[in-house]
Each structure stands twice: as structure tokens, then as C-alpha cells.
Design a protein around this ligand. Structure first.
Ligand SMILES: Cc1cc2nc3c(=O)[nH]c(=O)nc-3n(C[C@H](O)[C@H](O)[C@H](O)COP(=O)(O)O)c2cc1C
Length: 213
């Protein structure tokens, strides 16, 4: 018999997360977990969910690609005039979640969001494949369009315009950095007794606590 949705479940037994394995700085643990995700995950390890809120308090959630991280925060690139760009302009806070299925791990990050420098956006923009660079110009992200042909016509015109030259970075396209206040590492364990270690920034120091699953 086919399982019902209620029957779908998996016991997590791959690994554990102890305090001894958790460094004082959460970005170091993120770096370890991210490297393992790149190695082991069959889907894009840098895919994550980004939540923002609008002026009514309505949350909005979508998938994005992480494009960099260090002790300053977690960087992603998008259209500054998109729905998320408008939400971040009025409410510069966000939450980010990674779910690494094969590793049975989740990471949740919350904090303030700031734009990265123009130089940082330029460097990443010019590292992108040619099609993606023109796509950033062609797509008025999150706007209603009459049909797919609108995008195809714009792209065709841009391909002629930039047949010889490199397109510059659109002024409305660039990076944001989520500057973390809270980072939680979740490792699935047997019998739903998962490991959860939460780091919170307090007076410039990271405090680490274990949470019940
Ligand atoms: C796997 C995956 C990766 C994505 N990566 C990005 C990204 O890095 N930047 C981006 O602007 N949109 C990305 N998108 C599209 C977003 O999910 C979303 O549709 C878009 O950013 C518009 O969101 P908004 O209308 O809430 O601003 C990605 C979608 C998927 C499924």
C-alpha cells in the first residue's frame, strides 16, 4: 500500500553535535558544515531559504543562493528593486535557513541586513556567466510582465547592445549581507532527540546554549 503523508518520516542517525565539537565562533562551525555539505549533498549546498517581512508584518520566503560568508555575515545577490529588495529597504532584517538533507542538518540565521559595497557587487557580477549578466538587465524582478516574450525581446536587444562590450553591473542589482545576531545548528538524531546549539551575540560576544528539540 502507498504510504500516506502521515506515514512519511525518517529517523536521523547519521551524526551528532556536541558542545566539544562547537567552536566559540559560529562562522567556523558554519564553515565546517558548509564544506561537508558541498562534498556530500546531492543538491546545491548553497541553496537556502530567505525570509523577509513587509510593512504589514507579513513574512515572505523564497529560495536563494548563498554567495559568500565570513565573520561579517552571509552574502547573497539579487535585484534591489525586487519585492525582497523593497521589503529590506523598509525592514532591514531577515532570516535564512539551510536544510542539508543528506547530512541531516539545518542551520538557521537571523539578523540585520545591509547592502555589500559596490566593489563587492561589481566583483561578483563580473564573475557571472555572460547570460546571467544580461539576465540581470533583462528581468524587472518581481514585476508583472505581459508574457515570456517580454524577457526574450529584452534579452535579444541586450545581446545586440553588448555584442562587443561587457555589460556593466545594473545599478539596481547587487549584494546584501545578513549580519547574524543568532545562529542555530541543528543535527538530526534518533527518536527526535535532535541536537540544537544556538549562538547569540551579546555585547560583542557569542553565547552558546543547547535548546530542546
Ligand atoms: C535554487 C534557487 C536559487 C535561486 N537563487 C536566487 C538568487 O541567488 N537570487 C535571486 O534574486 N533569486 C534567486 N532565486 C529566485 C527566488 O527564489 C525568487 O523567485 C526571486 O528572487 C524573486 O523573489 P521576490 O519576488 O520575493 O523578491 C532562486 C530560486 C531557486 C529555486
Amino acid at each position: 500500500m502507498k504510504p500516506t503523508i502521515a506515514d512519511l518520516r525518517r529517523d536521523y542517525t547519521r551524526d551528532g553535535l556536541t558542545e566539544a565539537q562547537a567552536p566559540d565562533e559560529p562562522h567556523l562551525l558554519f564553515a565546517t558544515w558548509f564544506a561537508q555539505a558541498v562534498e556530500i549533498e546531492t543538491t546545491e549546498a548553497n541553496a537556502m531559504m530567505l525570509a523577509t517581512v513587509d510593512e504589514h508584518g507579513q513574512p515572505h520566503l523564497r529560495t536563494l543562493l548563498l554567495k559568500g560568508f565570513d565573520e561579517r555575515g552571509f552574502v547573497f545577490f539579487t535585484n534591489y528593486q525586487s519585492a525582497k529588495g523593497e521589503q529590506l529597504a523598509t525592514q532591514p532584517r531577515a532570516a535564512m535557513t539551510f536544510w542539508w538533507h543528506d547530512l541531516e542538518r539545518q542551520v538557521r540565521i537571523e539578523g540585520q541586513v545591509e547592502k555589500v559595497s559596490d566593489e563587492e557587487s561589481d566583483v561578483y557580477f563580473h564573475s557571472r556567466p555572460a547570460g546571467s549578466r544580461l539576465g540581470a538587465w533583462a528581468s524587472p524582478q518581481s514585476q508583472v510582465i505581459a508574457g515570456r516574450e517580454v524577457l526574450e525581446q529584452r534579452l535579444a536587444a541586450l545581446e545586440i547592445q553588448y555584442a562587443e562590450d561587457q555589460p556593466p553591473r545594473p545599478p539596481h542589482w547587487g549584494g546584501y549581507r545578513l549580519v547574524p545576531q543568532v545562529i542555530e545548528f541543528w543535527q538530526g538524531r534518533a527518536s527526535r532527540l535532535h541536537d540544537r546549539l544556538r549562538y547569540q551575540l551579546q555585547d560583542g560576544q557569542w553565547r552558546r546554549e543547547r535548546l530542546a528539540p
